[in-house]
Design a protein around this ligand. Sequence first.
Ligand code: JSK
Length: 447
Amino acid sequence: MTKIQFPQDFTWGAATASYQIEGAYQEDGRGLSIWDTFSRIPGKVINGDNGDTACDSYHRYPEDIALMKELGIKAYRFSMAWPRIYPEGTGAVNPQGLEFYHSFVDTLLANGIEPVCTLYHWDLPQVLQDQGGWSNRSTIDAFAGYCETVFREFHGKIKQWYTINEPWCASFLSNYYGEHAPGNKDLQTGLDVAHHLMVAHGRAVRKFRELGFEGLIGYAPNVTWMEPYTTRQEDVDACRRQIGWFLEWFMDPVFKGQYPSFLVEWFKAAGAELHIAEGDMELISEPIDILGINYYNGSVARHNSEGGLMQIETLDVGYEHTDIGWPIYPQGFYNVLSRIHELYGDLPIYITENGACYNDEPIEGVVADQKRISYIHKHLIQLERCISSGIPVKGYYSWSLMDNFEWAYGYTMRFGLIHVDYNTLARTKKDSFYWYQNTIENNGVEI
Ligand code: JSK
């Protein structure tokens, strides 16, 4: 068998997020988040699931970190819950919140695992949402204050930061489609939230630079790839729009200091305007050190004037699908990373999320999730192709370390290398855990 090796200093990791795993939603002074509210609105989350308990990682993190150590990951990407640090979003800091994350981070470090922190992974304090949330520019100031507190508190322990996770989901999925919290369904709101999230990103980067602490900072947009079904210009243009909605819309401002004009015009035609204040674009384009990229799927697609905002429809051309219904398209991983490198140059890239949903259950203590192994294997092969072609991919974080609350899907969709029994909270290492462990040990895969 041929083996493909990754670079010697390649970072193998795994990722989770606070609302999805912690639970303890009212413990030790935590304030409510928009997801505590949204998940209680009937019909928003399958089975009425919520993050009240989740994986109870707030209490079980020593066990989880022992599993990370056994897995052999070098780094663990987690997120801090803003409402644990600032229960009201601003104002009084919650010392118990700081204490929890100190204990957690110290335990990671004691086990030789680098803590990699996402500052915003969607759990906005509800008090801020009551004042308009990300639609209100004052939330940008609140975010900057939260980030400064966390930078001052954890510098020296945490040396890799991501400001905003998946700004497309936190803006358009949440405020245009209304499928995530807070559930608005208005394009102008989605556009304003997207812009404010990016300004907030810039404020956090600038504050990090001003403080002068050691470490690297970036953000983690999610991307997709759409292959035109035909060479017809309308199909090519539709795919460019859909890719650009995730990619250029959230990267051109950071790397070029401006929004992509072809989409500005498209949104204008749809009745939505950009509201940019003096200095916003300079803030957003504060240079970053690292770029996180989340990739799950892509598709073949074609123009359809009835196909929603981007006038596009994806086609089923026979690709396999995961249990959440997403097509499996490893080539799209290579294509989108190549496009990012072509457009934005040699900034170090970390794959901050990639993984597959398969809902295998334990049978006599074994979770035979061969399809997840196959998904990760195929995507790592494409990732190594990227590295060999000169794209500076420096690490890979498997989404997810463990099964967890998958937002509107509740607990019905499982992405973990570790199975979680939500009745007993027992953890069971899946076959993919052992496969990934072996991949890390060998720093490569067989093909
Ligand atoms: C998984 C992307 C962060 C971590 C994981 C969901 C996602 C998504 C989910 C796009 C999307 C829906 C696109 C099409 C549908 C609107 C999480 N990542 N994850 N990553 N990306 N409906 N149309 N009518 O749980 O927390 O929708 O639009």
